[in-house]
Design a protein around this ligand. Structure first.
Ligand SMILES: Nc1ncnc2c1ncn2[C@@H]1O[C@H](COP(=O)(O)OP(=O)(O)OP(=O)(O)O)[C@@H](O)[C@H]1O
Ligand SMILES: [Mg+2]
Length: 496
């Protein structure tokens, strides 16, 4: 370190035991890993005490404006001082000019110093000032003074303060570097969030980027998130992504599907129960909210829960309180709630089918997942992603096949695409996927809503439709239906 001046050993030997001890304390103080504002004040208090000073001052020096600003100022009673004008700016200036420690005795009779108003007013008798260096420049000054009625500072005190300023310079170096790194880190983090994809969520279209930015932003908070979007748009994935990106990432992520589940079953899952709460409750059981404590809880298909459960859920959101079935005791839990639905919750709240107060509690931060048909530019990426996931070998996607994917309207969104790719891989011969292997759901198979027959009828119709599609090729037909060729042969025999 070029800016650390070596205090001569002979001088060091002159430092007494008390001052050595305080140097030891100060070095430990300054060596703390994290910088706190109180650190310098604590160090100054030690200095004031050990050299029997009246006051201690630590100022930052701004060379450009030739100005000083207080970092810390303390008096002998460990009180914080805020008025820099009560200290002699003239003496501070002398330290700057000399770039060296200065000790003044009998200040009042020194014509050069006593001219400074503050020295006169405050009856200052003796002053020590030492510079603090950072990268070869004066960064600040430490000053200690005492009044008429106190004893004068000694050369020993000067050596002590000089040593102290060296320690501060070292610590300062560390702190400044650390703070710069921290700052840089936050900037980089911020920049990453703007461009970084959400883990596991494929898509680079504008709607996906916007959604990713929202997910990154909300993940760091504890806000309740409501994920909205059609079936198969990736609501489950989004919920998991929020958890993974949050500070709760090492705590549990629990999910509960709330659609079409009997009310008491769902309630006992979520809230737990007390022994004897209902027949079959043979022992106490924790609910999932309790299990998820400190973590994230994902309520999937929230639009389907009963009015009674909606009331209980409101309590979780408002007070973080739960009560087990058959119990009177309230338990507090700390869970972050994420809810999802493909229903229009706002409309349900307007008609009274969903509690309005619960809707507003959930709707703190809504995230809408775009349907696949509104981001067709992601189809190539997504298709390749699923091919990689499901193909045993490397398989391509022909331009014509990709065009077929782009032309489709994808009512089942990404989940449907996933199924279509899986099917295509089964039908394919290992080469690049071709359009005829891309079977889209309204390609001639019977459509279920209009179908009035039995399951057997459906089986027959589906088989016939597929055979027709594959020009009677039984192997392809079997593959597309996920059955063996032998099954197809048996069925044909049955049908005659
Ligand atoms: N952006 C994406 N990138 C990769 N895979 C995706 C993406 N979005 C969805 N998927 C996949 O699509 C399938 C359906 O996604 P998910 O279950 O999250 O949808 P959902 O919106 O919860 O559907 P539902 O409303 O039916 O519950 C999953 O296998 C998921 O991995
Ligand atoms: Mg889902």
């Amino acid at each position: 370190m070029s800016d650390i001046r070596i205090t001569p050993l002979s001088d060091l030997r002159s430092i007494g035991k008390a001052q050595f001890e305080s140097l030891y304390h100060i070095s430990r103080l300054l060596n703390r890993l994290v910088y706190q504002d109180s650190l310098i004040e604590e160090a100054l208090d030690l200095v004031v005490k050990v050299i029997h000073a009246e006051r201690g001052l630590f100022v930052r020096y701004d060379a450009e404006g030739n100005a000083f600003s207080i970092i810390a100022a303390r008096n002998v009673n460990r009180e914080r001082l805020t008025d820099l004008s009560t200290f002699s700016s003239g003496i501070l200036q002398q330290v700057i000019d000399k770039k060296a420690p200065c000790l003044y005795h009998d200040v009042q009779s020194d014509p050069n110093l006593s001219q400074f108003e503050s020295v006169l007013i405050h009856q200052i008798k003796s002053v020590i000032g030492v510079p603090i260096f950072h990268q070869g420049e004066i960064w600040g000054v430490i000053l200690a003074d005492s009044r008429e009625d106190r004893r004068e500072f000694t050369d020993e005190n000067l050596t002590f303060l000089d040593f102290f300023s060296n320690l501060v310079s070292l610590a300062l170096d560390k702190i400044i570097r650390f703070e710069a790194l921290e700052q840089e880190n936050r900037i980089l983090e911020n920049r990453l969030q703007a461009t970084q994809a959400v883990p596991d969520m494929i898509g680079e279209s504008q709607p996906m980027r916007q959604m990713a930015a929202m997910i990154h932003r909300v993940a760091r908070t504890d806000a309740t998130v409501l994920i909205l979007g059609e079936s198969g748009t990736g609501k489950d994935l989004a919920a998991q992504a929020i958890h993974k990106l949050s500070t709760r990432k090492n705590k549990p992520f629990l999910a509960q599907f709330c659609g079409s589940i009997p009310d008491t079953l769902l309630e006992s899952e979520l809230f737990g129960y007390k022994k004897g709460a209902f027949s079959g409750a043979t022992s106490d059981k924790k609910g999932l909210f309790e299990v998820a404590d400190q973590g994230t809880f994902f309520l999937d298909e929230i639009g389907d829960i009963s009015a009674a459960l909606q009331a209980k859920l409101l309590r979780v959101l408002q007070n973080q309180e739960i009560m087990r079935l058959g119990d009177h005791k309230i338990t507090r839990v700390n869970v972050r709630i994420i809810a999802a639905t493909n229903k229009d919750l706002k409309a349900l709240a307007a008609t009274g089918e969903f509690r309005e107060d619960l809707f507003y509690r959930l709707n703190v931060f809504p995230i809408v997942l775009p349907p696949l048909r509104e981001r067709r530019e992601d189809l190539a990426l997504l298709a390749e992603h699923f091919i990689r996931r499901y193909a045993a070998r490397e398989v391509g996607l022909s331009a014509a096949a990709l065009q077929k994917l782009r032309d489709y309207h994808w009512p089942g969104n990404v989940r449907q695409l996933e199924n279509v790719i899986q099917r295509a891989l089964i039908l394919g011969d290992g080469g690049a996927l071709q359009p005829d292997q891309i079977i889209l759901d309204d390609d001639g198979d019977p459509t279920l809503p209009d179908f009035a027959g039995t399951l057997k009828d459906l089986e027959i119709q589906l088989l016939q439709a597929r055979l027709k599609k594959y020009d009677g090729n039984r192997t392809l037909t079997a593959r597309s239906l996920g059955v063996s060729v032998r099954w197809v042969q048996l069925k044909l025999k049955e049908m005659g």
